[in-house]
Write a protein that binds this ligand. Structure first.
Ligand SMILES: Nc1ncnc2c1ncn2[C@@H]1O[C@H](COP(=O)(O)OP(=O)(O)O)[C@@H](O)[C@H]1O
Ligand SMILES: [Mg+2]
Length: 1078
């Protein structure tokens, strides 16, 4: 049983459909949509069966890495998503393992990515084929031939910055192991017209710019060139610089590549010399010069350029100069020379330049071939890579397009042939009944062009060789005659009337219905281009060159080998080489890469549908699909088929134990696929319709989902179960561990709790004891403290006086004492006199002694007063008592008083005892006499006064006559009621008597005395001591006196000074007595 390993398929993760054969429905729109969809998802490759369609992404994609190479290596073609590597791998393995020569045909229009594709194929093959030093050198040479050929054969065009301007076919040769041995390159139809003229916006071949930018000054000098592009007529100026292209760097790359490929230094130099010569040829200019025969002859304007070219190429200058002026035609041993006019001279110059360059290019290809040629004679396996221009339809299509399109017709032809052939062969191989396939065979168009008798190319040749005037018009006429009936040929002038009125068809044109579309060709230039004439004089001049390379490029210039036969025309040459190519390709297994350009802007991400549509049409891709689908759309070997769909049937799922083929039979029966939809081949199942395949795919997808669900289900169940069991087991373990842990923890907790409680109780007990002990201790301490304090207090009390703290107080007291002491001592010295009336007293020395000082003053005063008083005798005391009495009675009341103070109270002014005159009087009075004085008794009648002796005894008041001493009145003191006097300074006073008394009969007394105060005082004292009654003393300036019956008012007035200082008394009327006091 085959090992059933899981394989991926092209059908997995498809964006759109990866193989156009499976496109349903198949039409142009769906085709383009599919391409676009894939292009938008960066899927630039799509298959048509085994054909790869490649859409130019115009940006680098990460799909060519070494990892990708490994991915595609040794994998089946339909296993991975479409890729150029898949095709390369298929081709290489088929070559290596099945010994089939391969060819890889890359087609597409300019800029579609053909050259890139060919390089990718080569690099893939180089990467996967054998390794080793020798092999690597071969690989390197093969790969490095590209830069050289690109430098000389590529140019910037409006469509492509690196457009190949030649067709290239390269055979890579391998040995039986698949190791590369070498290669052969063929080139087709270099666009040599570019050398002398470039369309707008395009450049000449890269090599010119690379040489001028990259060559050293020395090399330039040697080649007699200048770096400035503008110096050269052949280099169009408007687009000399190309973005992103470093010509100088590329020059170095090319020189390096030449070296690797095996060019000798002198060879490389020669090549550059030819390039320089071509460049300089363009600078030769001509001017007309009239000749004698009236014809114009051209002359070279400036011979300097010519001279330099000749030096460079070692050509005799005169020979070359002549060749630009004359044309020699030889016929039958006759030589005819004609002069050239200016136009002819320019034509000759350009023809020379073009020929020189195109022959150089061919030489380069040959030289490279020489280098990369396989060294052994053993049989080789061959892989051919064809990178040729695709179908071209321009506004103006000329000879070149005609040739190119012819080439494409041929390629299509071979494609159809090979595809169908292969298809047929496969059917036969697989033992399937061959069914007729209906498709358009373009052989008829090829025939129209290449038929040897009446094909267009044959007629062109015929026209070119025909004597007489030959023009493009005569050629067209001829075509109109011969091809008129051909159904793919259209011309206005043809005999066929159907185009007579077709205005889209100009008169100077013919139109061919190519397999890829109608193309209108301008007939102009066909003849000329086909002739591709180079005047013999020029080729002979070239042959004469001393420059070996140039000489070798023009063998026909050798006069010894003169050949009068015309050289083959360009058309026939091309036809021949295409025929060779076709023969070559027919022997090989074809692999197609069809390149498509998504836009005209060389821009990424833009997919111009109409442009793509156009390409699809002329590449005939739909045809391609149809051809491919003509029989069976899909085929697959039994094993992978069974592997892919076995899950759709119970018998085959999961394992089929039998041959794969019967497995597939069972499967298809079971699925009830209509019998006409498939056939069983020997090794493959053939499916007629893509629908069937897609149905199978849908079923598979559905089934896969179911299976996935089933697998998921079982897997989930299993997972859950194992998980559950694991959890259960784990749970027990965990539980055990947990219980143990919990128990441990609990025990530990209890233990620690017990410990805590224990420690608390112990602590509590200990604290209790401690508390008691502490209490005891504190009590003891307290007692001790109290005792100590008590003792301390005791001692302190005892010793306080010694304490320093009391020193201040002591000192203070001491100081105070000292101060007081000093104060008193000082006071002792400062004592004022002992006179009580002395007001002096020393000033107080200290404020704090203020009260003491005052007290002292008071005490001292009292003391000295006592002292003063102590001196007095009883007599004196008496006197002072009286004086005191007087003071109490009169002080401040009577103006007379102050004058009385100094007078001592004598009382007995009259010494009655001694005066004998008053002996009688004296005898009459037995009592002690207190007052004996003379007073004036005022007469109440006139106010005049009479002197009288006034006597006061203990009990009586006596009045006696001064002269006689006769007692005139005697009044007991008890009868005296009152004494009146004025307040003024006079000695008048009245003694009022008790009414009704004996003495009162004569009325009251009015006296005046010099000792009024003394008399009034003594009277008062005596009365008080005798009667124990206070005598009323009235002090008033107006008082009434009782005279007998009348009361007289005594009034005291202020007297004038003229009456002297004695008061006078005057009687005013009966009732008024006026006393004037001075
Ligand atoms: N596979 C590709 N990946 C990235 N860029 C590409 C690819 N193919 C082509 N290109 C781009 O397109 C340009 C033109 O491709 P080229 O192969 O020179 O076109 P052709 O030979 O068909 O005229 C290249 O220079 C390159 O920039
Ligand atoms: Mg190219």
């Amino acid at each position: 049983m085959a090992k059933m390993e899981v394989k991926s398929s092209l059908l997995d993760n498809m964006i759109g459909v990866g193989d156009m054969v499976l496109l349903e429905p198949l039409n142009e729109e769906s085709f383009i949509n599919n391409l676009k969809k894939r292009f938008d998802h960066n899927e630039i490759y799509t298959y048509i069966g085994s054909v790869v369609i490649s859409v130019n992404p115009y940006r680098s994609l990460p799909i060519y890495s070494p990892e990708k190479v490994e991915d595609y290596r040794n994998r089946n073609f339909y296993e991975l998503s479409p890729h150029i590597f898949a095709l390369s791998d298929e081709a290489y393995r088929s070559l290596r393992d099945q010994d089939k020569d391969q060819c890889i045909l890359i087609t597409g229009e300019s800029g579609a990515g053909k050259t890139e594709a060919s390089k990718l194929v080569m690099s893939y093959v180089a990467a996967v084929c054998g390794k080793g030093a020798e092999v690597n050198q071969v690989k390197e040479q093969l790969l490095q031939s590209n830069p050289v050929l690109e430098a000389f054969g590529n140019a910037k065009t409006v469509r492509n910055d690196n457009s190949s301007r030649f067709g290239k076919y390269m055979d890579i040769e391998f040995d039986f192991k698949g190791d590369p041995l070498g290669g052969v390159i063929s080139n087709y139809l270099l666009e040599k017209s570019r050398v002398v003229k470039q369309p707008r916006g395009e450049r000449n071949f890269h090599v010119f710019y690379q040489l001028l930018s990259g060559a050293s000054e020395e090399l330039l000098h040697k080649l007699k060139l200048e770096r400035d592009f503008s110096r050269y007529n052949y280099l169009s100026l408007d687009s000399a610089q190309v973005n992103g292209v470093d010509d100088a760097a590329n020059f170095r790359t090319v020189r390096n590549a030449m070296q690797i490929v095996g060019f000798m230094d002198h060879e490389a130099e020669s090549v550059l010399e030819v390039v320089a010569a071509v460049l300089k040829l363009g600078n030769i200019e001509f001017k007309p010069e009239s000749r004698v025969n009236g014809l114009d002859e051209s002359k070279i304007k400036d011979k300097n350029e010519l001279k330099e070219i000749c030096e460079l190429t070692s050509i005799d200058q005169s020979v070359l100069e002549r060749a630009f002026s004359f044309r020699t035609v030889e016929a039958k041993q006759e030589k005819v020379s004609t002069t050239l006019n200016v136009a002819q001279a320019y034509y000759a110059r350009d023809a020379l330049a073009k020929n020189l360059y195109s022959r150089l290019f061919s030489w380069l290809v040959n030289r490279i071939n020489e280098s990369i040629k396989a060294q052994t004679k053993v049989r080789k396996k061959v892989m051919g890579v064809l990178d040729i221009y695709g179908f071209e339809i321009f506004e103006d299509n000329s000879f070149e397009q005609f040739i190119i399109n012819y080439c494409n017709e041929k390629l299509q032809q071979i494609f159809i042939e090979l595809t169908l052939k292969e298809e047929q062969e496969e059917y036969i191989r697989e033992d399937i009944e061959w069914t007729h396939i209906d498709y358009f065979n373009n052989a008829i168009i090829c025939d129209l062009i290449e038929n040897n008798t009446n094909g267009i190319l044959a007629m062109l040749d015929e026209e070119c060789l025909r004597p007489g005037t030959v023009t493009d018009e005569t050629f067209l006429e001829k075509l109109n005659q011969i091809c008129a009936t051909h159904q793919h040929f259209e011309s206005r002038m043809s005999k066929c009337s159907r185009f007579l009125n077709d205005t889209s068809l100009p008169h100077s044109c013919f139109r061919i219905q190519h397999y890829a579309g109608k193309v209108l060709y301008q007939v102009e230039g066909f003849v000329d281009k086909n002739n591709d004439l180079l005047y013999r004089d020029l080729s002979q001049a070239m042959w004469k060159a001393g420059h070996a390379l140039i000489k070798s490029l023009f063998p026909e210039g050798n006069p010894a080998k003169i050949n009068l036969k015309r050289p083959p025309t360009a058309g026939s040459q091309f036809k021949a080489s295409v025929a060779t190519l076709m023969r070559n390709l027919q022997t090989k297994n074809p692999n197609y890469i069809r390149c498509i350009k998504p836009n005209d802007k060389k821009a990424a991400h833009i997919f111009n549908e109409s442009l793509v549509c156009h390409q699809i049409r002329y590449l005939g891709l739909l045809e391609n699909v149809r051809v491919r689908r003509a029989g069976y759309a899909f085929r697959q070997a039994y094993e992978p088929c069974l592997e892919r769909y076995k899950m759709l049937c119970k018998q085959t799922w999961p394992h089929w134990k039998g041959p794969a083929r019967s497995g597939v039979e069972v499967l298809f029966n079971e699925l009830e696929v209509p019998v006409e939809e498939y056939s069983f081949g020997r090794s493959k199942i053939f499916i007629r319709n893509p629908r069937t395949l897609f149905k199978l795919e849908d079923l598979r997808k559905q089934r896969l989902e179911d299976l996935a669900t089933l697998i998921q289900k079982i897997y989930r169940g299993w997972k859950c179960r194992t998980h559950f069991l694991l959890m259960k087991k784990s749970q027990i373990v965990i539980a055990a561990w947990y219980r143990r842990y919990a128990q441990q923890k609990r025990y530990q907790q209890i233990k620690s709790s017990a410990l805590v409680i224990q420690s608390y109780i112990r602590g509590w007990k200990a604290r209790k004891i401690l508390r008691e002990l502490k209490h005891q201790k504190r009590c003891q301490e307290a007692a001790t403290t109290i005792a100590a304090y008590w003792h301390g207090a005791q001692v302190r009390r005892e010793y306080r006086k010694f304490f320093r703290a009391n020193a201040g107080k002591k000192i203070y007291e001491f100081t105070l004492q000292r101060i007081v002491q000093k104060y008193f001592l000082e006071m002792k010295n400062k004592m004022p006199s002992l006179s009580p009336i002395d007001k002096n007293w020393p000033s107080r020395p200290y404020l704090f002694l203020d009260s003491t000082h005052k007290e002292l003053k008071r005490i001292f005063h009292l003391w000295r007063c006592k002292k003063y008083r102590d001196q007095f005798t009883d007599q004196q005391k008496l006197i002072y008592e009286e004086k005191l009495e007087a003071s109490e009675l009169f002080k401040d009341k009577k103006a007379l008083y102050p004058s009385s103070v100094g007078q001592p109270f004598q009382g007995a002014y009259l010494e009655i005892n001694k005066n004998p005159k008053y002996k009688k009087l004296k005898d009459a009075i037995e009592e002690k006499i207190i007052i004996a004085e003379i007073v004036n008794k005022i007469n109440r009648a006139n106010g005049k006064s009479t002197s009288r002796i006034f006597l006061l005894t203990n009990n009586n008041l006596l009045l006696a006559d001064q002269k006689s001493g006769q007692i005139k009145s005697e009044v007991p003191l008890g009868d005296v009621t009152k004494v009146s006097m004025s307040s003024q300074n006079d000695g008048f006073f009245a003694v009022h008597l008790k009414e009704g008394s004996e003495a009162a009969s004569k009325g009251d007394f009015l006296f005046s005395s010099d000792h009024l105060i003394e008399m009034a005082t003594k009277l008062y004292r005596t009365t008080l001591s005798q009667t124990k009654q206070k005598l009323n003393i009235e002090i008033s300036d107006e008082f009434l006196v009782q005279f007998r019956q009348d009361k007289v008012c005594v009034k005291f007035i202020q007297g004038s000074q003229k009456n002297g200082s004695v008061p006078t008394c005057k009687r005013k009327n009966n009732r008024l007595l006026e006393v004037a006091v001075p």
